[in-house]
Design a protein around this ligand. Structure first.
Ligand SMILES: NC(=O)c1ccc[n+]([C@@H]2O[C@H](COP(=O)([O-])OP(=O)(O)OC[C@H]3O[C@@H](n4cnc5c(N)ncnc54)[C@H](O)[C@@H]3O)[C@@H](O)[C@H]2O)c1
Length: 540
């Protein structure tokens, strides 16, 4: 018999919470909730057995500052578990938080813009199949507005038990997810405007109230909550694209983007955050959610709104391409066969996540130019880098990984700073300079390093939105270009002769063959090859 949820799910009876999806959103959130609600049992399920095994081992699937320590504490309290047993976790829970992935569709209607809701729908169907009683289902994944209505219909077509769908979007940032969860700016809970809806919102609100001040818990209607996450990410990304657009102008005019950013940021109407110019934003949220927003606007036939938000993505692509172009152009229009040391591959510091990393897009352009890229990142595994560069045809990539940053930079023609890891500022750049080819270039895509100090050592340094180093005279430039081209050919010859011990021999050999077959740099049109190469992953 039907029993209304607001009778079944009072806070007193909400003793079991199931979290579906043990990824970057689901797992840190469950760990924090379990630490703050010791009387509630949290069960995290995932359909990837390797992920569950990793959570149950000492080696976590990804890095998040403070997560390991908090997890160790929670484990000893005993109210958190990770399991593949979906059915029993769902059956015993009153509240189910769904944090499964919603990647962009790869084909069909809305490809590249619409979210793929396949995982969501299959989860809704499976919950409905095994529910065994009324459930509060909470959207934690980012989904298009009105998804809750579709999922309620899916649920009700399979199951006779009552269900209430809530939306509780995730605003915590990767890289500070634990501290953001412990002390959020706000928690947003959207629910249906009905008695059961309000009772269900109250249940979730009571859980958060264990540690979040009531004034920071916003309740709203379902659709406002669903659209707020897309809006928040779109606004944050838009600020980054805006300052990046100005950085391009700064480089042309001799202005310094950091000075401009400071001057506008102290205006309290603008504020200082998200105003750091860089080679572009990355990560699963900004680009995916902007694209989802563009898709929504198109779906509701609002082309002006769609074009407005699409331009934020276009500016980001422009910035990445501009940076890659700069590297090639300043290195005498050829990077073929040259070793380039890449410092940082994660999409930002303090995370091991490299999904939608700006570094990846820049590296792909340079790889296409036959550069020999050696990646060093303190947290991204060699396996993850390998996966990112796996070619569709299975051929070997020219990219290798190096755990020691000094080895990564030894013999390199250039150092590219692509992630703002603070430890890079502590490297001994005198030692690095001594070990590099000359001229030794630094392309600082995050304006992280001390450019003045690097120039004093002898580096040629390029930042983002910074006055460019004085141009060389034409003769100097031509001489350096000729020297560089000759060095590339020599290096390629050495590789062919088997003198490249550290890197992937087969990949290097292929690269070297291509470098030797290349037209001399002096005969190439400036940036010509790059324009062709500059198509970024995921772009239509
Ligand atoms: N990563 C972020 O910072 C962030 C922030 C806010 C919102 N989001 C949104 O949250 C959602 C999840 O993102 P994420 O970064 O945690 O993704 P993720 O890929 O790290 O984790 C998703 C997890 O869901 C699991 N999964 C997929 N289908 C499943 C199924 N049918 N049953 C059980 N488990 C399943 C996957 O195996 C994976 O472990 C997405 O909608 C994303 O847009 C992400």
């Amino acid at each position: 018999a039907y029993r209304p949820l607001h009778v079944v799910c009072t806070m007193a009876s909400c003793t079991n919470v199931c979290v579906i999806g043990a990824g970057h959103v689901g797992a840190p959130h469950a760990i924090v909730m379990a630490s703050k609600c010791p009387k509630v049992k949290f069960t995290v399920v995932d359909d990837d057995a390797r992920t569950i095994a990793a959570w149950n081992s000492g080696l976590l699937p990804f890095f998040e500052p403070g997560m390991q320590e908090l997890l160790d504490d929670v484990r000893s309290a005993g109210n958190l578990s990770f399991t593949s047993d979906f059915d029993s976790a769902v059956r015993t829970a009153e509240v189910i938080l769904v944090s499964v992935s919603t990647p962009l569709k790869k084909s069909g209607v809305g490809a590249g813009y619409a979210p793929n809701l396949e995982h969501w729908e299959s989860v809704a169907r499976r919950i409905a199949k095994v529910a065994g009683g009324p459930k509060i289902i909470v959207e934690r994944s980012t989904v298009p507005v009105t998804t809750a209505a579709s999922m309620t219909r899916v649920f009700k077509s399979v199951c006779s038990h009552e269900v209430v769908m809530l939306s509780n979007p995730e605003f915590a940032r990767e890289g500070s997810a634990i501290t953001d969860q412990l002390s959020p700016d706000r928690v947003m809970i959207g629910g249906p405007e009905s008695v059961e809806g309000e009772a269900s919102v109250a249940v979730l609100k009571a859980l958060y109230s264990s540690w979040v001040p009531t004034g920071r818990i916003i309740t709203s209607n379902l659709w406002s909550a669903e659209i707020s996450k897309l809006t928040a990410d779109a606004f944050l990304a838009q600020r980054i694209s805006s300052i990046n657009a100005i950085s391009a102008l700064c480089e042309k005019t001799g202005a310094d983007v950091d000075e401009v950013s400071y001057a506008i940021g102290v205006d309290s109407r603008i504020g200082r955050k998200c105003l750091t110019a860089s080679l572009g934003f990355g990560g699963v949220c900004y680009e995916t959610h902007l694209r989802n927003l563009v898709y929504l606007a198109r779906m509701y036939r609002m082309p002006v709104v769609a074009t407005y938000w699409d331009s934020v993505i276009k500016m980001n692509d422009y910035q990445k391409r501009r940076f890659a172009n700069l590297v090639v152009r300043e290195m005498f229009n050829t990077v073929g066969g040259k070793k380039l040391a890449v410092l940082g591959f994660a999409y930002k510091k303090n995370t091991s996540d490299c999904r939608f990393s700006a570094a990846l897009d820049v590296c792909k352009v340079l790889e296409n130019e036959q550069a020999l890229l050696v990646v060093h990142d303190p947290r991204v595994s060699a396996e993850a880098v390998g996966v990112a560069f796996t070619r569709d045809d299975g051929s070997a990539s020219l990219v290798s990984c190096e755990a020691d940053p000094y080895v990564a930079m030894e013999g390199a023609h250039a150092v590219l700073v692509l992630t703002e890891w603070e430890e890079f500022t502590r490297l001994d750049f005198k030692r690095v300079y001594a070990s590099m080819q000359k001229p030794a270039f630094v392309f600082d895509g995050r304006n992280l390093l001390d450019h003045k100090a690097l120039r004093e050592i002898g580096f040629k340094v390029y930042g983002i939105g910074k006055p460019q180093p004085p141009a060389e005279t034409e003769t100097e430039s031509a001489e350096a270009a000729a020297e560089s081209a000759a060095e590339s050919q020599k290096r390629a010859g050495r590789i062919l002769a088997g003198a490249a011990p550290k890197e992937n021999a087969a990949a290097l050999r292929a690269a070297a063959e291509r470098a030797l077959a290349q037209t001399p740099a002096s005969e190439q049109p400036a940036g010509g090859g790059l324009e062709r190469a500059a198509t970024f992953g995921g772009m239509a």
